[in-house]
Design a protein around this ligand. Sequence first.
Ligand code: ZN
Length: 489
Amino acid sequence: MKLYNTMSGKEENFAQKTGPVRMYVCGITPYSACHLGHAMSAITFDVLRRYLEFSGFEVIHVQNFTDIDDKIIDRALKNQKGYREIVEPLINEYLYDMDSLNVKRAHIYPLASEAIPKMIQVIQKLIDKESAYYSNGDVYFKVASHKYYGALSRRSLSNMIAGARVKISVDKTHPMDFALWKAAKPGEPFWDSPWGPGRPGWHIECTALCLSHLGEKIDIHGGGQDLVFPHHENEIAQSEAYTGKRPFSRFWLHNGLLNLGTDKMSKSIGNLIGVSEAIDKFGADELRLYFLSSHYRSPLSYSEELITPMKRALERLRNCLRIESPAIGQELDITEFEDRFTEAMNEDLNTPKAVASLFDLVHAINRGKEAGKAIGEAQSRLRILGEVLGFTFREVRNEMIPSLESLKQFSSQINTLLKSEGHLELSIWFDANTPMDDHNRIIDNLLLVRSDLRKLKSFDMADKIRVQLGEIGINLEDTPNKTSWRFST
Ligand SMILES: [Zn+2]
């Protein structure tokens, strides 16, 4: 399996000799609701993890929450709240949104605020090693002390100074030196330290959390491309200076960013689309398919016109999984499609190609069914491959899907009819066994009622159910053994 390593600028073979793959992904700063840019990054690393696991690796996935940050402190001060009151509901909302997107939860979600003692220990050792220095209540990392500073972002210190408007600070010996510890300002949360009351800088957090949860050398470090510099460059410098070991991470993976128009989607610009808003509008699988239809390292432009066709595409997949397989017949051979899928994923997670192989497999299954082949095994392989990409295949809100309200109304009409036609037992059974908040259960139970009506030779009523379901967008397909259903498209 090849993965593009930002450090080398090349695709490299990913192998793991012993033990689990230790993967650290930079998480969010919870100061406002998460948006689709976060969802895209989370889905990228979710697919990486799912594919590693599918390929036989064990993965330990750690993702932090930056719960100490200038913006959080600002919001807390403005709203006269403690910083925890700001971050806790937002962390819960993030986890809820990611669950809705079927993103596997990380094994550990550490908080920056929980790792202050570790950060203090790391900073103290960096001072002892003369990689950091105290200045006026702050502590700075000495970038010139790290021989490889700039290797990840391919910049030299002299270019960085020329290219950036660097504020010259009297407290720093070099303009690119960055804060490991900041002296407390009035009204801010603070922690005691050997350098006086204060709080950690952002970068040191991820070093301390990696060291605490994954060890001195990790296998994969991930994040958005906007984190390459300075965040990840600084993380490498601190971590390697502290441990004396290189490389801190064997692989550095970065996802491209989501744009709205020509701008990156970001809180500071304010051009955000909320995750739950988008899930309600398009569906979780549909959003995922939209993201995976583009390679994870490419930038992607948010466009409703491009997401809308995903509904139809997903419906093709779902319908294919619902087809009844002929009981006899030669099993459809799908090796070619499975091979294409893994080849694509082995090419630095080429999800557009992997997705294309799934749709070709759908086509082959549909044709196989027409040719009288057994397709059950092919369908279950399709589901497994789809799940590697994180699809749930669950039905979602969609304008082609009848509303729950119309289904409920329809069910009560049928129930009244059952009673008036003397099918009291069926009516009682349907009432007792049908949760009215579940599309699939309502439809499945209506089909069971219809099948019993046919056995009782009430063909008129059975037919009525078929016709009226068709009118609200649910088509039935009768085979000798079973009736299956699909949403009309
Ligand atoms: Zn980080």
